[in-house]
Design a binder for this molecule. Structure first.
Ligand code: DX5
Ligand code: ZN
Length: 216
């Protein structure tokens, strides 16, 4: 199966966000990765449901909404109504994971769980059968343009082997520091979806940037 590419709009030019989105969609993106940060869980503030709602009519591409916020349960419904298709929550910020994942599914959305580079993959084993996607952070969340942390790939391999053993079908996604070189390592480890922000939006030729990562 070909690797899916999810451009992260964190590195887009927000003054022309509509055009930036259209460009990566036309360039062959599979998902649009949207980073939501609250200034508490991570040291940065980005976008909320309002922006998601306003870009929803621009495209029918799958919106992959990465919540880096505290009290996610309070806002999930709003993100679902704004147009999210996949909603991922951080293990580290979700004390009642079953409840949170159930809430996302009840709203008819795909539920994903995210873990930080230093969080053991064993911690999410109890909920594997409740998720549509696992997102492995390959940087500490908060900013684009950081360096890829290769140790995370061992966790990816473990998740891929559990998936096979347990007959599950969740997707495996990585986020942070993905470029042509690191994409190759990710694919070898069993990654299905590659998020890339700076590697795509800092390249004038978005189509070429996407293809370079996809075919790494
Ligand atoms: C970081 C975000 C990422 C970010 C990745 O906290 O979750 O999605 O945009 O940016 P790059 O690809 O530049 O590392
Ligand atoms: Zn992200």
């Amino acid at each position: 199966m070909t690797t899916k590419i999810a451009p992260s709009i964190l590195s887009a030019d927000f003054s022309i966000l509509k055009e930036e989105i259209q460009e990566v969609v036309e360039a062959g993106a599979d998902y649009l990765h949207i980073d939501v940060m609250d200034g508490h869980y991570v040291p940065n503030i980005t976008i909320g449901p309002l922006v998601i709602k306003s870009i929803r009519p621009v495209t029918s591409i799958t919106f992959d909404v990465h919540l880096m916020i505290e009290n996610a349960d309070m806002y999930i419904k709003e993100f679902a109504e704004a147009g999210a298709d996949i909603i991922t929550v951080h293990y580290e910020a979700s004390p009642h994971l079953h409840r949170t994942l159930h809430l996302i599914k009840q709203l008819g959305k795909k539920a994903g769980i995210v873990i930080n580079p230093a969080t053991p993959v064993e911690f999410i084993k109890p909920v594997l059968h409740h998720v549509d996607l696992i997102l492995f952070m390959t940087v500490n969340p908060g900013f684009g343009g950081q360096e890829f942390i290769p140790e995370v790939l061992d966790k990816v391999k473990q998740a891929a082997s559990w998936r096979q053993e347990l007959g599950l079908s969740f997707e495996i996604e990585v986020d942070g520091g993905v470029n042509q070189a690191t994409a190759k390592l990710c694919k070898e480890a069993g990654v299905d979806v590659l998020v890339a922000g700076s590697a795509i939006f800092n390249d004038e030729n978005r189509m070429e940037a996407i293809e370079k990562i996809r075919n790494a």
